[in-house]
Design a protein around this ligand. Sequence first.
Ligand code: ADP
Ligand code: MG
Ligand code: MG
Length: 370
Amino acid sequence: MSNSNQINGLKAAAAFSLSEDIISVDAFGSGHINDTYRVTTKNTHGKSFLLQRINHYIFQNVDGLMLNIKHVTDHLKTKIAHLPPEVQESRVLTIIPTKSNDLYHLDDDGNYWRMFILIDDTKSYDVVETTVQASEGGKAFGQFQLQLADLDASQIVEVLPNFHNIQFRLDNLNRAIAADAHNRVKEVSDILDFISSREDRMKTILNLAAQGKLPLRITHNDTKFNNVLLDQNDQAQCVIDLDTVMPGYVAYDFGDAIRTIINPVEEDEKDLSKIVLNIPLYAAYAEGYLNEAKEFLTDVEVHSLLEGVFLLPYMQGVRFLTDYLEGDHYFKTKYNDHNLVRTKTQFKLVEEMERQEEELKSAISSVLQD
Ligand code: ADP
Ligand code: MG
Ligand code: MG
């Protein structure tokens, strides 16, 4: 961490309501959106705190975002009110308010900061390695949705409007094609055919929703595996990274988790022959998820899960391709056709899923038959 970041972090940490003196502020974790620091204080219980500079270029409504997190964590805590306070603090994020009792601190440079209790003795994995981890991840997100099923959705702000709306993403792609600002459309005609031949299927969730057949719920919307903390025995402890909690459809959370779990290689793997679906990890996640979620999911929602599995890599491919056509200004790139390579890995995933659709389907139905 650079010196100036360290000083900014120290200054920001001082704005929060901590009962003990701060000893150090150090870079922490491996998130890609916010800047995250561990704050160590001079106390006898060894409790640490987590300071984050919120990425307010992505999240422009910081008030709405922090109120969302407050509503959600307060609600989740009511579900575990019977547990001792220190256990509650390890299962649900706890916001530390500022000295003036606000949910965030705005510094003189226009940076937004917030603080949580740091949940110690936990691990967050960037890549899932075992079926136990996959199943625990599914369980954590299933429980998260279950416990939020009775929270009044009208209290929750849509911090990133249309985030998982495929019509919105396709409209953006079509604008990029029409503009063709970098003269790249001619290279991608096969991919554009791939996209248009699947458009109808990919709108299934939107259509079901428009017909009133899918309930709008509170969903996480960033169900990457490193957003679940596991304990030292790989048991799920806590769902974190609540910035994107918004009204949504359960299939989006399921599909986005599967998108990374089922893919054995990096998002920018060039050798597409290496993209072979990891069905055991998929089945383990589905089992962990459904064992929690079957309690509240409707039949139509259960049916929608598989559509989410297809949709999320498709939508991610559409987003990478749009950025490629627009000249790579959203996703960070390391070489000229980086976004095109990423596009192809996502669509290869979709193709493999189509080939193994029966296996994907039966992993879901076998859990529900038990
Ligand atoms: P980002 O949006 O940048 O991914 P996260 O909120 O996910 O930010 O935080 C980044 C990383 O910091 C997480 O992947 C996790 O390893 C760690 N982390 C975040 N919150 C906590 C917490 N309360 N306790 C322990 N570790 C945490
Ligand atoms: Mg994260
Ligand atoms: Mg995040």
